[in-house]
Design a protein around this ligand. Structure first.
Ligand code: IMP
Ligand code: MG
Length: 231
């Protein structure tokens, strides 16, 4: 009887949390002047959408959820470069903190893969692997793919299909952001930080032609900047 009551409730709690994480289409964000933004980007940004502190707080909770579900076994965390590096580093710090402060701990190793699918603010049709570790080392492992943002889902679907050829034991995907867009293939990661509107976002390692990775908060790029940094 207790189990009967517990399951629907935890399902409800999960749905409720997912709703809270949606950043609505009419979100106004915050004036740039309210936060510290590098001088060299002040003219390029419209608003702060997710302040760095909120990213960190959400990441801390994702670390807890991931360890709860995947813990007990060795995890190989696979960072999708370059955009995933900040989220990867902070997420792993939180997992390390759990390892240090809980009775149970989970061995953690890291791997890196570099993919490219974007030019200017447009997703291209091709997803290229342009570097990183050999995926064959992941055979038989519990793999946690760490990504910055899922938009169409093409990048993640390509990576998952490459990875499946190497027969890992388990694969989970965590993406800090998921974009709400009609271009989505319908793919959803196992864990996500925030669902965001169909905007081009930069900061916290998300880039526009390699710029804005050195910005702490996640912000909206303005139209002038799209022209200024266009390739
Ligand atoms: P997808 O293949 O369309 O899902 O695109 C995913 C990749 O495109 C991400 O890993 C990012 O590198 C990049 N991307 C998608 N949307 C944005 C954005 O708003 N800002 C920066 N990069 C983005
Ligand atoms: Mg990425």
């Amino acid at each position: 009887m207790a189990t009967y009551h517990q399951n629907p409730r935890s399902r409800f709690t999960k749905c409720f949390i997912a709703l809270l994480l949606q950043i609505p289409d009419d979100e106004k964000g915050y004036e740039l002047d309210l936060f510290c933004v590098p001088k060299h980007y002040e003219e390029d940004l419209d608003r702060v959408i997710i302040p760095h502190g909120l990213i960190m707080d959400r990441t801390e909770r994702l670390a807890r959820d991931i360890v709860r579900d995947m813990g007990g076994h060795h995890i190989v965390a696979l960072c999708v470069l370059k955009g995933g590096y900040k989220f990867f580093a902070d997420l792993l710090d939180y997992i390390k903190a759990l390892n240090q402060n809980c009775d149970k701990s989970v061995p953690l190793t890291v791997d890196f893969i570099r993919l490219k699918s974007y030019c200017n603010d447009q997703s291209t049709n091709s997803v290229k692997v342009i570097g990183g570790d050999e995926l064959s080392t992941l055979t038989g492992k519990n793999v946690l793919i760490v990504e910055d943002i899922v938009e169409t889902g093409r990048t993640m679907e390509t990576l998952l299909s490459l990875l499946s050829e190497c027969n890992p034991k388990m694969v989970k995907v965590v993406s800090l952001l998921v974009k709400r867009t009609p271009r989505s293939s319908g793919y959803r990661p196992d864990y996500m930080g925030f669902e965001v509107p169909d905007w081009f976002l930069v900061g916290y390692a998300l880039d526009y032609n390699e710029y804005f990775r050195d910005l702490s908060h996640i912000c909206i790029l303005n139209e002038k900047a799209k022209v200024k940094y266009k390739v």
